[in-house]
Ligand binder design. Sequence first.
Ligand SMILES: [Zn+2]
Length: 194
Amino acid sequence: MITKFFDNGIPSLFFNYDTGAPFSSCTFCEKKLTSETKYAVEKMINQNTVIQSREIVYEYAMCWDCALTLGSDISQESKAAIQQLYIAHGDILMRKLDYLHRTEKYNIDSWLERCSLTGKEIRNCGEFSVSGIIESGNLVYEQTPMVVSGEFMQKLHDVLSEETKKGFEGLRDKITDGSPSVEDLVYGPVPGLF
Ligand SMILES: [Zn+2]
């Protein structure tokens, strides 16, 4: 049972790390993000699992127009491959979503405890990505927020076509700090993949 729940505001995890405030513009088209704008935030995080320290490899905000464009830039072949991978891990994802919505655990820590697709505990992951959708100035709990372990990212990397990877290159150039691999851009909630 997936419902749509609006958080009261945006947890600081989804803030712009440099400013300590919510993102003010889209990283890709530079459009201003207002309280009216729907946008996604994604962060790639490196973690030292021994001392539990974390650092952000890169982060970005993507307005919904850019997200839709990204979704249509993915080749049919890659889209099918990604969807199959999601279907193969769909049980874990659906169980997690069902539990969190049924028990109304609308706090970010509960959602980020385990990889959305493998169920692996995030505290044991050396690398993971976190993504969420912001609407009307509030974080939305629905199919996202999502957390994806490095383990699953490798699987995704293996199924994406060269064509799709090339399509992401222009987008990647817009992220100035850190240098995400092109595949990284699809870990976020890309419209058209679910
Ligand atoms: Zn944009």
